[in-house]
Design a protein around this ligand. Structure first.
Ligand code: NAD
Ligand code: UDX
Length: 461
């Protein structure tokens, strides 16, 4: 079908973890719209059109294949596609600023603003612009000002439609979202644009799950959702430290509190700490915004969620070193998992990076194993790869190792032949379960010294 025969042209700027999957879902569910994903990165754009997608996500290849070349297109021709677009989703990265005012907390909006200026430069028709990226509350106001200060007589309606998908379950989350949130101005043109975006999602999302709000509520809700999710993890992780001192088990505590329907059972898995590109960045952004408005107590409250996460990662690796007789120098230590969570190749802010660097600082010899994330691991640790072995095979990795640390909750690590692994390890053999996914009693009976999160250790000495 020629691209001109479509009812509307939807363009998404940014072909990353959010832009790629969300547009693949819209294209699959709305065949009458042309969906074009553009990016400045030609390798990414090329990879989206092969069987080797730039990101690993269960079910994504099948979803992309459904529409690729039919009504889903990937392109590096940003200007021409913006020019033709009726609706533009902006899904570029918004990392934490590393320089100048707000460094370490505020969102770096340089990529964001560049897209606004490109849109303005190449457009000669009115368009709906949608914030898909996670942004500080009131960014839409700045976007409106940049876009609508044009001398072409054009009107750009800016909406916020934050994305709530989680990596590893992106396709399922997009297919059956808990909710879709669409924020707009409550003017005549704002409400009209809102209805157009509601109409896209209504192709497959039940009406009661499509929430609409004002622009600022939509922008802020995204930051708050991530802050609340991360807060739950920091809360249970803080309790895991107390469990280790008191012989309580954090799993039992999580079950006991999680069965209270007011608390709920999800996101109560104590761990080596949360990772991923979103939680830390978005909370720090929230902290920065609170400080900007003079709400220092509110800022400190949310900042403590990140501090607790740093503490948990530090505590995990410090404990490893301590129990291995205060030295890991020249010991072979295996990290099983490098991705920040299971079912993704993404390693951004993965606790494994922190733990690996700390152990390398203590002169350990590392072996890193992961079914999907080794390419990213090599990039993350490129300054010290001469002291690291990378191996997809956990058995080969564990050969002659002194210790194993479970860093990612990949299913394959639950069912390894730990007896075989134990037999080929140096003794005493240590296992550190940073995800609490293993049968600790069984491992102890095999002969391992077992250290998990939020439970007293099981050791033979
Ligand atoms: P990403 O880094 O994977 O992708 C962003 C893409 O934008 C990159 O491919 C980059 O090359 C491209 N880009 C940057 N500037 C550009 C420009 N001027 N023109 C064209 N392309 C440009 O990032 P992501 O993980 O997809 O996140 C995107 C946004 O979505 C962020 O704001 C993030 O906070 C938010 N978000 C992410 C997730 C997630 O799970 N990753 C979930 C919800 C929301
Ligand atoms: C998160 C939000 O869940 C999602 O809604 C938002 O759109 C983007 O940010 P993501 O970071 O992809 O998604 O994964 P998530 O499942 O939230 O996990 C984040 C981190 O928390 C991972 O490192 C995970 O292992 C950890 N985690 C999660 C725990 O340690 N314990 C838990 O109980 C849950």
């Amino acid at each position: 079908m020629a691209r001109t025969n479509f009812k509307k042209h939807i363009v998404c700027i940014g072909a990353g973890y959010v832009g790629g999957p969300t547009m693949a879902m819209i294209a699959a569910r709305c065949p009458e719209y042309a969906v074009i994903v553009v990016d400045i990165n030609p390798e990414r754009i090329a990879a989206w059109q092969t069987d080797c997608l730039p990101i690993y996500e269960p079910g994504l290849l099948e979803l992309v294949r459904e529409s690729l070349g039919r009504n889903l297109f990937f392109s590096t021709d940003i200007n021409a596609n913006i020019h033709k677009a009726d609706i533009i989703f902006v899904s570029v990265n918004t990392p934490t600023k590393t320089y100048g005012e707000g460094a370490g907390k505020a969102a770096d909006l340089q990529y964001w603003e560049k897209t606004a200026r490109t849109i303005l430069q190449v457009s000669d028709s009115n368009k709906i612009i949608i914030e898909k990226s996670t942004l500080p509350v009131r960014t839409a106001h700045a976007m409106e000002r940049i876009l609508n200060a044009n001398e072409k007589g054009l009107h750009f309606e800016v909406l916020s439609n934050p994305e709530f998908l989680a990596e590893g379950s992106a396709v399922a989350d997009l297919e059956k979202p808990d909710r879709v949130l669409i924020g707009s101005r409550e003017t005549e043109s704002g409400l009209k644009a809102r209805a157009e975006i509601v109409d896209i999602y209504a192709h497959w999302v039940a009406p009661e799950r499509i929430l609409t709000s004002n622009l600022w509520s939509a922008e802020l809700s995204k930051l708050v959702a991530n802050a609340f999710l991360a807060q739950r993890i920091s809360s249970i992780n803080s309790i895991s430290a107390l469990c280790e001192k008191t012989e309580a088990s954090v799993r039992e505590v999580a079950l006991a509190i999680g069965t209270d329907s007011r608390i709920g059972s999800k996101f109560l898995n104590a761990s080596v700490g949360f990772g991923g590109s979103c939680f830390k960045k978005d909370i720090l952004n929230l902290v920065y915004i609170c400080e900007h408005y003079g709400l220092h107590e509110v800022a400190r409250y949310w900042e403590s969620v990140v501090m607790m996460n740093d503490y948990q990662q530090q505590r995990f690796v410090t404990n490893m070193i301590k129990v291995m007789f205060n030295t890991v120098a020249d010991k072979r230590i295996v990290l099983l998992g490098f991705a920040f969570k299971a079912n993704t190749s993404d390693t951004r802010e993965s606790p494994s990076i922190f733990v690996a660097r700390k152990l390398l600082g203590e002169h350990a010899r590392l072996v890193i194993s992961d079914p999907q994330a080794l390419d990213n691991a090599r990039i993350d640790l490129q300054d010290c790869t001469q002291r690291i072995e990378f191996s997809e095979d956990p058995y080969a990795a564990a050969h002659k190792a002194h210790a194993i640390a479970i860093m990612t909750e990949w299913d394959i690590y639950r069912d390894l032949d730990y007896e075989r692994i134990f037999n080929h390890m140096e003794k005493p053999a240590f296992i550190f379960d940073g995800r609490n996914i293993l049968d600790h009693e069984k491992l102890f009976n095999i002969g391992f010294n077992v250290f998990s999160i939020g439970k007293p250790p099981l050791k033979h000495f």
